[in-house]
Design a protein around this ligand. Structure first.
Ligand code: AMP
Length: 422
């Protein structure tokens, strides 16, 4: 199946083509036709599954441009996610003339958002708290809303937004369409679905589908006193671009950040107590590659969408299987592959065993320094083998310096040693 097969406008098909997508992901294939029919949907789908476009298309199809009052409201748990979702909707709607999408979230002056709302927008993407704020100030009237999307619903509930969400839903017309997306479906989500949706279609994307994120999961048993040393070895062994390290507490985040810094790793941290400005600064550094290691708590990492995280390391074992799922979902986005590594000390074994029941995680040994060296040397040699061109000049120099006491093998070994020690 591809996007051409959907019963959608040519403007949207064009825009999707321009975004470089031809085949819908499994969640898109299942959700879009049902949503286009007007059905309510409860979909269990991870970030990275393509869920944003799965709701963006049906929402956009219903927008009537001449009416400049909000016709769709999309609720997201965090400011970051609001911005990403608004951005993605703008891309899918790039060929729809005069479409207005606004992201509203806390941390940004309310006046600016108010002015845009008063001018008229078709789609509002917001965090529940800020949306309520605008409703109470009478900046936002939901009377004309036809579609409501609850994105990352489980995260919103966990962050204590349940009352706000219910209030927002009760401010929208009864005949609305309600689309709910959530990585996990705990009982609270079922309650919300039952209360606010009309015979919803339940869609689940099983994780063994071809397009499922390809995450290789390993765990390493280690002594609590060697945990930090084990962490640095994993970082060295998985010599990659972007690493996200999860800790359970702010104290643990601070400890890991401080000690990695001491060892001159390019690292920074995110935790719940930081101001929005400080968070944005760290996130930008990570996105731009100015730092390649980010240490975070679960709350601080909510809603983060950073492409290209190669490895997620659980320095502390996650509190439960749902948190684990959210953490590892930060890697292997958009069809890429990734690693999820967990360090497990004796006091965490029983919690980890619970997580292991629902995940395919194999045990590995922390690599020794010798093994790390060997691995890195092989990577360098592989790189060297790839660049055989333009070596003539250097071959001459090597040939000149070759003699009985020093073979070219030894010369190559000496060069490798120098690179490794640098
Ligand atoms: P999401 O689950 O919405 O956060 O999407 C994850 C990523 O997949 C985003 O970077 C999307 O742009 C990308 N994506 C969405 N739909 C497709 C598709 N049909 N083919 C390839 N990539 C897609």
């Amino acid at each position: 199946m591809n996007f051409e097969d959907f019963n959608i406008s040519s403007q949207i098909k064009d825009a999707i083509g321009q975004m470089g997508f031809t085949k819908p992901t499994p969640i898109q294939e299942k959700a879009i036709p049902q949503a286009l029919k007007g059905m309510d949907i409860t979909a269990q789908a991870q970030t990275g599954s393509g869920k944003t476009i799965a709701f963006a298309i049906p929402v956009l199809e219903k927008i009537f441009i001449p009416d400049k009052s909000p016709q769709a409201i999309i609720l997201c748990p965090t400011r970051e996610l609001c911005m990403q979702v608004a951005d993605e909707i703008n891309k899918v709607g790039s060929k729809i003339k005069k479409l207005k999408v606004l992201a509203v979230y806390g941390g940004q002056p309310i006046g600016k958002q108010t002015r845009v709302l008063k001018k008229g927008v078709h789609i509002v993407v917001g965090t529940p708290g800020r949306v309520i704020d605008h409703i109470e100030r009478e900046n936002l009237d939901l009377i004309g809303v036809e579609s409501v999307v609850l994105d990352e619903a489980d995260e919103m509930l966990e962050m204590g937004f349940r009352e706000d969400i219910e209030e927002i839903l009760s401010n929208t017309p009864n005949q609305r369409q309600t689309l709910l997306f959530s990585a996990t479906i705990p009982s609270e989500i079922r309650e919300i679905a039952k209360k606010y949706q009309k015979s919803p279609k339940f869609i689940k994307i099983s994780s063994n589908r071809k397009n499922a994120p390809k995450i290789t999961q390993y765990y390493y048993k280690c002594d609590i006193n060697d945990k930090f040393d084990s962490l640095t070895r994993l970082i060295m062994a998985y010599d990659v671009k972007l690493i996200l390290i999860f800790c359970n507490t702010k104290k643990s985040v601070d400890f890991v950040k401080k000690h990695l810094k001491k060892q001159e790793f390019n690292v920074d941290a995110l935790h719940g107590d930081m101001t929005q400005k400080a968070r944005d600064k760290v996130m930008n550094k990570f996105r731009n590659g100015n730092i390649n290691i980010l240490v975070a708590t679960d709350v601080a990492a909510r809603g983060l969408d950073i492409d290209g995280v190669d490895v997620v390391i659980n320095y502390d074992v996650a509190q439960n299987a749902d948190d684990y799922t959210h953490r590892i979902g930060r890697t292997a986005r958009a069809g890429k592959t990734g690693y999820a590594l967990s360090l497990v000390s004796a006091d965490e074994v029983s919690r980890f065993n619970n997580i292991k029941k629902s995940n395919n995680i194999s045990q590995k040994q922390i690599p020794t320094l010798l093994e790390i060296n060997e691995l890195k040397s092989l990577l360098i040699l592989n790189d060297v083998k790839k660049s055989k061109d333009n070596l003539d000049e250097y071959v001459k120099i090597i040939e000149k310096s070759e003699n009985k006491n020093f073979s070219s093998t030894e010369l190559a070994a000496g060069l490798l040693k120098r690179i490794m020690e640098n």
